[in-house]
Design a protein around this ligand. Sequence first.
Ligand SMILES: Cc1ncc(COP(=O)(O)O)c(C=O)c1O
Length: 381
Amino acid sequence: MRPNQKNILACLGDSPIISIDKINRLCGTNVVVKLEKTNPGGSIKDRPAVYIIDYAERHGLLSPGGTIIESSSGNFGISLAMIGAAKGYRVIILVDPKTTETNIALMKAYGAEVIVVDQKDDSGSYHKTRIQLANELAMRIPGAYRPDQCFNVLSCFAHKQSTAQELFDQTDGDIAGAVAAVSTGGQIGGLAEFFSEQSRKYVLAAVDAYGSTIFGGTAHAYKIPGVGLSWTPTNIADVNKIDFIYRIKDEMAFAAARVLCRNEGILVGVSSGAVLLAALALSRQLKNTQPLVAILGDSGERYLQTLFNDAWLNANDISTDTSLDSLTKLLDGLVCEQSSPTIINNDKPNLLRDLGVMPYTITDLRHVSETYYKPQLTLAS
Ligand SMILES: Cc1ncc(COP(=O)(O)O)c(C=O)c1O
């Protein structure tokens, strides 16, 4: 018998696209979901992680015996931990108190070292303090490499080649468009670049957390993990390549993810609940005949202590109602906040300097070669 995959990283991608007929019938919508939890590390973040590490190896930024240092609320850190285990790198991940116990346990299971950063930044989140500390650590550890998902536009490029191209290959481009959550902007930026190069128009909607200020607004604390930032990330080269912006309140994202699980048997995380709701709202508005694709980033198993824990939900004033009907009420309460061509760009020009971003980090999409290359998925000897 010969194995049909060279190594675990070669199992990346080819995630399924699934109908959600019961929900569509109830809501009068035409939405399908692309299930990214089927990637080997369990989330969509495997795509940029594999891509960026491959790039770093090829360009001499990361060598055998090296250390990968990254700031991550969960999924990107887990992907890097998996890659580190497969390829033999030391991995250090800086997380924050919002990171679930499960995610930390997963990183550690792959052998990563985890540092919990509990100092909030000026926006009330932990992104800036985590990134700053990761950069300081990388300066002190010989052979360190910072993938820097928040500033490295290779993330956008990875999603353009991987997520967006795959979506097209799987559907022959016969879709209305896509809806994706935003944090580092890799997914939405990659989809935006890909769609803008097509001969016909595809609709693209970004889903942010209520309280995040990626597209302006007032910052406040929120509970949706993996979504949001306090500036427009460099991975989004042009905000007006996005057609619609939705900002979803915590309780709506949690409730929608639970409804999807109970009524379609699809167990996904909190950001996926937010994406699903936005996709349904947009589909109701567009009355699209071709399917609108909701990209669901990770698995609900990562949030068993919160999303699927009634005691936690009650303590946080989040509804435990999982009936199909509750979805229509959630949808009725949802409005699109911004639409192209007037989407707000929340640039913070001094951030690169203030946070000590490494000079080798590619922060401008124009500096990435348009020559597509596929990562070579080989294990380090
Ligand atoms: C589950 C999940 N969904 C969505 C996102 C946002 O994706 P991006 O960072 O590419 O904007 C993340 C980011 O960590 C995530 O973990």
